[in-house]
Design a protein around this ligand. Structure first.
Ligand code: GTP
Ligand code: MG
Length: 326
């Protein structure tokens, strides 16, 4: 990002208490709801505040004040076009995937990786925790990573190998991955709700949730729990997209596919989470295992990318498209 762009995103108020009408008590109340930075408050739904003890007048006043400094008010399409231009692309470190993604993963939107076990979802996530740290000239975002691991699969030794392969200093790479394990769906949601300060302080430019749906799937069993599950997932995803927009960051979530008996014959297996995850996840990529230990990534849906697929390999040095003739 250029200095000009950085200034554009800089909020008018640095801290919550700088906002007129936000005193220490309000600040604490906002903190409990997960809003500890001006950036997060600027993207907060007013309804969420009024549902939690704020008067409508106060809620509108402080949220709009936070927005004022952040160009989140009504704008013209021309201005919107300018903001769109601020979206950045981040390399995956894998040539074939970057080609499929027309340069890499986009900031300010969510990319969902779904696929069966062993298809490479967690491997890609760990690689992205490294590539985000590359300088902008090398396709990175020169930033840090927030990693929410719900399946206890994150491996620092794997990250070290990937970092070495990219010529980065492993010790410094590990320091720029802020890691948290989510023990339940509730805990995972709370981690994200309270992440804005961490994101701001550490210059986090990618938020990874691996897996988004695992806990939800095992905790909400049965038809009668489908509606509450979808509602919670919906809130979780909305929080994620608001953070990605506020901090011009990439957001990645993983999702397993349902094992249905006829999955082999259907065109593409159904990701867990159904329509809610589908509507909010902007770009959805299906991963599958191919012959000779090859993996295939396929864009299922995206507002800005054509449908297409490409092979990649999982190697000791990470995921790669080298020597695949792509
Ligand atoms: P689930 O989370 O179980 O749904 O699977 P996933 O899609 O997250 O799979 P993951 O990304 O964990 O991929 C696992 C695969 O990566 C394994 O089948 C291994 O073949 C491969 N893999 C993991 N570590 C290494 C490594 O150090 N070297 C190589 N060559 N392959 C590895
Ligand atoms: Mg995994």
């Amino acid at each position: 990002m250029s200095q000009e762009q950085r200034d554009y995103y800089k909020p008018k108020y640095q801290n919550l208490e700088d906002i007129p009408g936000v005193g220490p008590a309000t600040k604490t109340k906002l903190g409990k709801l997960g809003f500890k930075t001006v950036e997060a408050l600027a993207t907060a739904p007013v309804r969420l505040l009024t549902q939690n003890g704020f008067s409508e007048e106060t809620a509108i006043k402080i949220v709009s004040a936070a927005r004022k400094g952040m160009a989140l008010e009504y704008i013209t399409a021309a201005e919107y076009y300018e903001i769109q231009k601020d979206k950045l692309k981040m390399t995956t470190g894998c040539t074939s995937l970057d080609l499929l993604l027309k340069g890499g993963l986009e900031t300010m939107s969510i990319t969902e990786l779904h696929g069966e076990f062993g298809s490479g979802k967690s491997q890609i996530c760990q690689q992205l925790a490294v590539t985000v740290q590359l300088p902008e000239a090398e396709g990175g975002l020169d930033g840090a990573c927030l990693y929410i691991d719900t399946e206890h699969v994150f491996r620092p030794d794997r990250v070290i190998k990937i970092a070495e392969g990219m010529g980065l200093e492993p010790a410094s790479v590990l320091k720029k991955i802020i890691y948290a394990e989510g023990y339940t769906s509730e805990h995972q949601a709370v981690l994200l709700e309270n992440s804005d300060e961490v994101i701001k302080e550490n210059n986090i430019r990618i938020i990874i949730i691996d897996s988004l749906t695992g806990h939800f799937r095992s905790e909400y069993i049965g038809r009668e729990n489908l509606a509450p599950r979808q509602q919670k997932l919906n809130q979780h995803m909305h929080k994620l997209i608001r953070l990605a927009r506020a901090f011009n960051a990439v957001a990645i979530v993983t999702n397993q596919v349902l094992a249905t008996p006829d999955a082999f014959f259907s065109k593409s297996p159904d990701p867990i989470g159904g329509h809610i995850v589908g509507h909010i996840a902007h770009t959805r990529i299906l991963l599958r295992k191919g012959r000779d230990n090859l993996r295939i990534a396929k864009i299922i849906a995206s507002p800005f990318l054509p449908v297409g697929e490409t092979p990649f390999r999982i190697t000791d040095r990470g995921i790669t498209g080298d020597e695949l003739g792509v």
